[in-house]
Write a protein that binds this ligand. Structure first.
Ligand code: FAD
Ligand code: SIN
Length: 525
């Protein structure tokens, strides 16, 4: 059994920021980061557009960013949280710069600010079109300099250790004591005892076959927290990004940043019609929920598989200097942005809900914190404003750090059992896992997509129950492996999305159910 003071599950912006801050402050304490793939693999690494922060005092203001966030969230944001996050933004960005992150400057020598959907001003700080890569690089570099941080790559957190695992358990007042973690190389399951545990395990994109997220985004943290009986909310608000590069294959898709539309790109149907003008005064720069729902409606009308993003009117040298990675990626698909329209389609992108936390990042389980995409802070409401996610993670990692500075850690007094896999065997038929995963993703795509209906959601529950029963039986009999655990987690997440969808009786932001059309649909104004 291993003991650490602070256990951090995940090495994206949320986990690394907290780890760096707490390790810098308490040099006598140990910080252990477990992360299931290479240490830099995360949604963070693929972030393109940037970090939304108010820096232009002449044109912009905190109030404008607050208003844009509230409008995008369609009346369901927590206004106190919105104000807190936005006002903290400049300080947290500066901290990131102090740790060595580089952001693009303009000719005047100040930070260059981009624009994305739903933003009324230019306020998105970026590093070309690979902002997340730069943020991840700088944070990992800082983490490596701190001797009290240990990063365990290729270590998969299977489950949180809570009172449910103890012999004399009090399952009404649940605490977290660490996690059971699979070393993917040795196959050993380590019991990691921790005085404080942070879930920073990211999003759930892979529950849908077609996603902008990398393969690590399987909702493990949300599922672990759910099994630990933590409060989970707003799971129906899955954000679909309007412009993933169209590909006939299922799986992770390359993102064409919203910043490209902020730079002047137009959305067209195959006849060349700029249809967004008919849906919203802001056209291509309406918030993401509106753009994705509009595209969905266009595709349903035409029967087409995708629409197009047209940048042929933009100066190509300017385009290349702002979006070099997108330009190169398109060329590898034989798309020359100077003369070709880019085929795009919406794909699952971001989880607006998740593990409920207070402003100090505390979940409803004692000694368990959550930060970043797996958490539900109340910032995003029914639909996240573009580039508010990196911002949220930076601010909440700081808040959780501040909580730990003002509250002493108490060491664990209970006896923790080791992982017990007596009577289980190594599963031989990987095909069962693959098959059920494909079924799950098809089910979510076809029945729980951008536009939902009660009929399809109820059918989805029935199908999901069948998949759940088969996988649960396999899980109980098997020595666990990552693929099986991820599938189990994605089933839990799908269950939450479907059930919380059925509970929502009016359409808000990213949630649209045709059976709610006659209920009051409140657009926040
Ligand atoms: P992640 O960065 O996803 O990190 C999660 C970590 O947890 C990973 O290291 C993962 O391996 C690990 N992990 C997960 N499960 C386990 C487990 N069971 N055991 C051990 N480790 C585990 N947001 C913006 O604000 N601006 C943008 O420009 C932007 N662009 C984006 C572009 C793309 C293509 C994508 C996919 C997202 C984008 N987002 C953007 C969203 C943003 O990147 C993410 O919401 C944010 O980076 C999440 O950070 P995180 O630290 O919470 O999670
Ligand atoms: C993008 O660059 O379009 C993604 C931005 C985000 O998800 O916030």
């Amino acid at each position: 059994m291993m003991h650490t003071n602070y256990l951090v599950i995940g090495s994206g912006v949320a986990g690394l920021t907290f780890a760096v801050k707490i390790a810098e402050r308490f040099t006598d304490k140990t910080v252990t980061i477990v992360t299931k793939a290479n240490e830099d693999e995360s949604n963070t690494k693929y972030a393109q557009g940037g970090v939304a922060v108010v820096l232009d005092a002449k044109e912009d203001s905190f109030q404008k960013h607050i208003d844009d966030t509230l409008l995008a969230g369609d009346g369901l944001c927590n206004e106190q949280v919105v104000e807190l996050v936005i006002k903290e933004g400049p300080k947290r960005l500066q901290e990131l710069i102090d740790w060595g992150a580089n952001f693009d400057s303009n000719d005047q020598g100040t930070l260059d600010l981009g624009k994305e959907g739903g933003h009324s001003e230019y306020r998105v700080v970026h590093h070309k079109d690979i902002t997340g890569y730069e943020v991840e690089r700088a944070l990992l570099n800082r983490a490596h300099q701190l001797p009290n941080i240990t990063i365990l790559a290729h270590h998969f957190a299977i489950d949180l250790i809570t009172d449910h695992h103890l012999e004399a358990s009090d399952t009404h007042n649940i605490s977290c004591y660490g996690a059971y973690v699979l070393d993917q190389k040795s196959k050993h399951i380590e019991t990691i005892k921790a005085d404080s545990t942070l879930l920073a395990s990211g999003g759930v994109g892979c529950v849908y076959g077609h996603t902008t997220n990398p393969v690590i985004a399987t909702g493990d943290g949300v599922a672990m927290a759910y099994r630990a009986k933590a409060l989970i909310k707003d799971m129906e608000f899955i954000q679909f990004h309007p412009t993933a590069l169209y590909d006939t294959q299922e799986g992770s898709s390359f993102l064409i940043s919203e910043a490209v539309r902020g730079f002047g790109g137009y959305l067209r149907n195959k006849d060349g019609h700029r249809f967004m003008l008919a849906y919203d005064d802001r056209a291509e720069l309406a918030s993401r929920d509106i753009v994705s729902q509009s595209i969905d409606s266009e595709l349903k009308k035409s029967g087409d598989t995708h629409i197009f993003l047209d940048c042929t009117h933009i100066d190509i040298e300017d385009f290349k200097s702002h979006f070099p990675n997108i330009y190169k990626k398109c060329l590898t698909h034989h798309i020359d942005i100077k003369k070709d329209w880019i085929p795009v389609v919406p794909a699952s992108h971001y989880l607006c809900g998740g593990i409920v936390v207070d402003t100090e990042g505390r979940t409803s389980v004692k000694n368990l914190f959550a930060c970043g995409e797996c958490s539900r802070t109340g910032l995003h409401g029914a639909n996240r404003l573009a580039s508010n996610s990196l911002l949220e993670a930076l601010v909440y990692a700081h808040n959780i750090y501040t909580y730990h500075v003002t509250h002493q850690l108490s060491s664990i007094q209970v006896a923790i059992p080791e992982w017990n896999d007596e009577g289980t065997v190594i599963p031989k038929e990987h095909i069962l896992i693959q098959h059920n995963l494909k079924q799950l993703q098809a089910l979510m795509r076809d029945y729980v997509g951008i536009v939902r209906s009660n009929n399809r959601l109820i059918k989805a529950i029935k199908h999901l129950d069948l998949i759940y029963n088969e996988v649960d039986e396999l899980y109980r009999k098997s020595k666990v492996n990552t693929a099986l655990c991820e599938l189990r987690n994605m089933i839990n997440v799908a269950h939450l999305i479907i059930h919380q969808s059925l509970e929502r009786k009016e359409n808000r932001g990213g949630y649209y159910n045709v059976d709610n059309e006659f209920n009051i649909t409140s657009a926040y104004t």
